[in-house]
Design a protein around this ligand. Sequence first.
Ligand code: NAP
Length: 372
Amino acid sequence: MERRRVGILGATGMVGQRFIQLLSQHPWFEIAWIAASDRSAGKRYDEACRWKLETPLPPSVASMTLSPNVPEGTPASELPRIIFAALDSAIAHELEPKFAAAGCAVISNSSAFRMTSDVPLVVPEVNAGHLALIEQQAWRKASTGYIVTNPNCCAIGLVLALAPLEATFGIEKLFVSTLQAVSGAGYPGVASLDILGNVIPFIQNEEEKLQEEVGKLLGTLADTQDHVSPAALTLSAHCNRVAVLDGHTECVSIKLRQPATREQILEAWAGFHPLRGIHEGQPLPSAPDQPVEYEDAIDRPQPRLDLMRGRGMSTTVGRLRPCTLFDWKFTLLSHNTIRGAAGAALLNAEMLALLGKLDWKTSSSIPSPRTL
Ligand code: NAP
């Protein structure tokens, strides 16, 4: 199968580097265009980027030149129609619509448009049907371009654990306290003098994002297919930065609408694999076979031991036990730059490909994603 050409906006940052790492091995997509700030435009990638990942920078990307960060900076025939965006929210707000208006599918990591009513906020295992919202976007109607977003890095790991519980028992309310890795703050991120030997009980806008995004993710697409009604649950979040390199841990207390035993909850997680076999009998390339893995050992999950389950795409849950305030409590762990960012966007792109939404010639004949 011919691989589709893709571009990366914000290619030099923490999430941009994960995109390069994951895309360099990808069976469906190939990196054809990269861009970052004006400071980096015109430079070779290996001159502009301080590579921070544990695998070597792929030589084919190292020698690529960073393009200007606007669509008109590249000849239209060379601009890929699929753009993965890993930009700070204020910059995304300015740049992403330009690419959508130029006819690109913008698959974004930033919070800029996550809560916009006609922009899908998607985790494919949870709410792939919400992708139908793209058909309402003015960019889609004018130029065929559109914006799709993935959630905040804590919301993704959390919602994977919540979705089977919401579907089986209903969720009334939950309390979440996070322990978030330093890579979640980008590069150079939090100063070492602030974080080493320390915990910082504040991350700008993080609690608000987590509280509102979970409602949209577990919400219901309106029959008019132009907005999502949020799920009727209440979430209170405490977000903390800790001296861990990668991996966000979350301590969750939950009140369900219907009583559930420990065995029923474990069964709901074990039986949750909605994308298994969805593509020619196989999962999508980035989809973990088991999105929620339960780890029975009393002192798990731990970032150093459990981070790479499902190639960094699974949420690991452990310590399920009764809660004295609500019904149940548990701890979960999710990789913040793989499942929480670049891997999430890749999985969204794979789902869009499966639905024909990356195939501009045939997109009108594709069945509605509501059937998923
Ligand atoms: P980062 O490490 O600070 O990288 C920022 C990137 O944006 C760099 O490539 C930078 O390029 C580029 N940039 C800066 N100004 C620009 C401009 N005016 N035009 C175009 N590009 C510009 O940040 P990050 O951690 O990768 O985060 C990127 C986005 O993903 C943010 O919205 C963040 O909230 C979100 N996110 C991050 C995580 C995570 O775990 N890190 C998880 C989920 C979502 P230069 O090198 O040229 O400055």
